[in-house]
Design a protein around this ligand. Sequence first.
Ligand SMILES: NC(=O)c1ccc[n+]([C@@H]2O[C@H](COP(=O)([O-])OP(=O)(O)OC[C@H]3O[C@@H](n4cnc5c(N)ncnc54)[C@H](OP(=O)(O)O)[C@@H]3O)[C@@H](O)[C@H]2O)c1
Length: 263
Amino acid sequence: MSTIVFLGGGRITSAMLAGLSLAQTKHRFVVHDRNPGKLRALSKRYAVAVEPDPKRAVHQAEVLIVAVRPSSVAELLHSVGKPNRPLLAVSLAAGVPLRMLARMLGSPVRWARAMPSPVCRSGRGLTAVTFPRALSPRDRRRVIDFFAILGQVIEIPESKFDAFTVTYSCSHGYHALAALAKAGQAAGLDRRVALVASAHALADGIITWREGKHSLESLLEEAATPGGIAATTMAAMDAAGYRKAVGKGVLAGLRRARASSRQ
Ligand SMILES: NC(=O)c1ccc[n+]([C@@H]2O[C@H](COP(=O)([O-])OP(=O)(O)OC[C@H]3O[C@@H](n4cnc5c(N)ncnc54)[C@H](OP(=O)(O)O)[C@@H]3O)[C@@H](O)[C@H]2O)c1
């Protein structure tokens, strides 16, 4: 059992705590946030200790999770100051590279980065992790094992982290669900049926692909008879710029992530 301290008690911390509660892990969790109201709400909802003082929070940590927005990382780490013992810290901040984290708070802190998804609240998370070359296998294992409680973990090079962050967001699914359901409603369905139909189209089809028995190409071929309704719908979407819109969206997200590393 380890004491895991979250600095920042916002959206992703709340989703992770929900997933961790579901998994009934034996770790002890402490959350620090500058908003007393958020700390009260978290301690009501989850089995966590809360600590309004950042230094005292860090003092308890065996593993530190930095979960504030990218623009708040410097200020937060400044308020924490250098701990007087070695400490493994994992930053969730999108676009803030390891070299910058080490510059803001260096040795004896050892940094890793992780990019979890709020879907981890259901235990079906996906987390990318990345490590500096010097990080020991033991520290790497600790980080991977911790995020594995919340779902799948993949290790990727830091140079791919921003592209992963932009691509894997569950917001894409919700966004597509909202757009498809709205189109279904415009075609005459009521909202509830439009949402159920759209969720089936997006989620259940994709789960079938994830089971790994069939290629994406063969599933697409099965679902869309040439010249039929699905093929006509897809062709019209592509002609209207569907793939272009997705590509442009991903590039805009990538530019936004890269801007964080220059701040
Ligand atoms: N949300 C996601 O789906 C997701 C997924 C993966 C990674 N992340 C990363 O996780 C980080 C947090 O995202 P989030 O969506 O959870 O943000 P959030 O909801 O804004 O939560 C951050 C919390 O930290 C607090 N905070 C900020 N600066 C602080 C400081 N100096 N001292 C103490 N508390 C401070 C904020 O308080 P205020 O409200 O007063 O600012 C807020 O309560 C981001 O860097 C993001 O890139 C998020």
